[in-house]
Design a protein around this ligand. Structure first.
Ligand SMILES: [Mg+2]
Length: 124
C-alpha cells in the first residue's frame, strides 16, 4: 500500500522504528516525511496530500496534542487519519487525545503487528 505518511516524533530512533514497522506492515511503498516536533510537522503537513499522520505526544516547541488540534482546524484538509504513538498510555490521556481529533492510539512500546492492525481499519 502506498500512502503519504507524516511521522512527527522528536526521537530520531523512534522515527526509524516506526518506518521499520511500516515496512514490515506492507506500507513500504509509501512516501514518508519526518518531522521532529509539531511546528516542523505543520510545515511538512500537506492538507491535499497527507493520508496518514503518526504523531508522538511529548515533543518540544509544539507537542503532539497541539499539533493535532492545529491540523483539525484546517477545514480544507481532506479526511486524514491521525494515529498517536505515545508513552502516555492512561485512559484519561487517551480520551483527551481522541477528543482533540486523534483517530486512534498506540501506546509505546509497540509492535509492527499492532501498527498493522490499527492501519488495517482505515487503509485496505
Ligand atoms: Mg517524544
Amino acid at each position: 500500500m502506498s500512502l503519504n505518511i507524516l511521522i512527527v516524533d522528536d526521537s530520531a530512533v523512534m522515527r526509524k522504528i516506526i518506518i521499520k514497522a511500516l515496512n514490515e506492515s506492507g506500507y513500504g511503498d509509501s512516501t514518508i516525511i519526518e518531522a521532529s516536533d509539531g511546528i516542523e510537522g505543520l510545515k511538512a503537513f500537506n492538507p491535499n496530500k497527507t493520508d496518514l499522520v503518526l504523531a508522538d505526544w511529548n515533543m518540544p516547541n509544539m507537542n503532539g496534542l497541539e499539533f493535532v488540534k492545529k491540523i483539525r482546524e484546517i477545514k480544507t484538509a481532506k479526511k486524514i487519519v491521525i494515529i498517536m504513538i505515545t508513552t502516555e498510555g492512561s485512559a484519561g490521556k487517551m480520551e483527551e487525545a481522541m477528543n482533540s481529533g486523534v483517530d486512534n492510539y498506540i501506546p509505546k512500546p509497540f509492535t509492527a503487528v499492532q501498527l498493522q492492525q490499527k492501519l488495517k481499519k482505515y487503509f485496505s
